[in-house]
Ligand binder design. Structure first.
Ligand SMILES: [Ca+2]
Length: 284
């Protein structure tokens, strides 16, 4: 199932040697060149404990089946903690597997079992937004300034910005926030490539808050890579930065360059491989 409202994108990491970074699109991990993905919609795939909901242990139990139909990689739709107002695309904790699907240890085991079979595992990185119940948003909405105040896109309280939503509360700011899809999915703030000077709420991509969101996204990726993930399908990859028609504002190709975590970049556009895609793919 391809999510109806997103560009298909993959941010894939593989532990393979890659050449020097260059301005052009690097080739990506070798395994991706021959990857055939089986998309796993976790809640309806295979239920290992009979509670009526598919889970990570169920996916692990079906790896041999997935391999038997010719696939050598899986992409799992969101498995993070969530109130599931939108099938897990409304995340409340990017660092924890939702209890309905199991535990982080179950994910670690799934990756280990997949790797034993020469298979690769990609998670769905919900990069564009969170749930309104996420602690980041709860703090961002507070009427006292804090480190999360600009992690989301807040617009004037006067209802002048289309689709902006109020978030009333005794101790909440009077501004309105921009959602991506449902009102309970506030957009994370990666900034505007070309902020409108007449709209000071449009922050540039270099704003410290926007930079902090991007750094946190990298932390999320590193966390799951350390547990064994091989890469990510990135939700909304092509539209994280606003007002950026040429997708030039943030060069993730270079931003994910080698760092202290040992992540070696090679962020590759997969747009020539996947319809409606403007995704990115990385090697390490
Ligand atoms: Ca279950």
């Amino acid at each position: 199932m391809v999510r109806r409202r997103t560009c298909l994108a993959l941010l894939c990491f593989a532990i393979v040697a890659v050449g020097p970074l260059c301005a052009e699109v690097p080739p990506g991990p070798k395994w991706l060149q021959t990857a055939l993905f089986y998309q796993v919609y976790p809640q309806s795939f295979f239920d290992s404990n009979g509670d009526g909901i598919g889970d990570l242990r169920g996916i692990t139990q079906k790896l041999d089946y997935i391999q038997s139909v010719g696939c050598n990689a899986i992409w799992i739709n969101p498995i993070y903690e969530s109130p599931f107002g939108d099938a897990g695309y409304d995340v409340t904790d990017f660092y924890k597997v939702a209890p309905r699907y199991g535990t982080n240890e179950d994910f670690k085991n799934l990756c280990a079992e997949a790797h034993k079979r020469g298979m690769h595992v990609c998670l769905d990185l919900v990069a564009g937004h969170t749930s309104i119940a996420h602690p980041w948003f709860q703090q961002s909405a507070a009427d006292r300034p804090n480190r999360y105040s600009n992690w989301y896109i807040w617009t004037p309280a006067d209802d002048s910005v289309p689709r902006s939503q109020p978030f009333p509360g005794e101790h909440n700011r009077s501004d309105r926030y921009l959602p991506n899809f449902f009102p309970f999915q506030p957009a994370l703030n990666y900034g505007y490539a070309h902020p409108d000077p007449k709209e000071p709420w449009q922050l540039p991509t270099t704003d410290p808050a926007c930079m902090a969101v991007r750094e946190e996204l990298k932390n999320v990726m590193k966390f799951w890579l350390d547990l064994g993930a091989d890469g990510f399908r990135v939700d909304m990859a092509s539209s994280l930065v606003r007002n950026d028609p040429g997708h030039q504002a943030i060069s993730l190709k270079t931003e994910m360059a080698p760092d202290s975590a040992g992540v070696r970049s090679g962020l590759v556009s997969l747009s020539d491989r996947f319809e409606s895609s403007s995704g990115i793919c990385s090697s390490r």
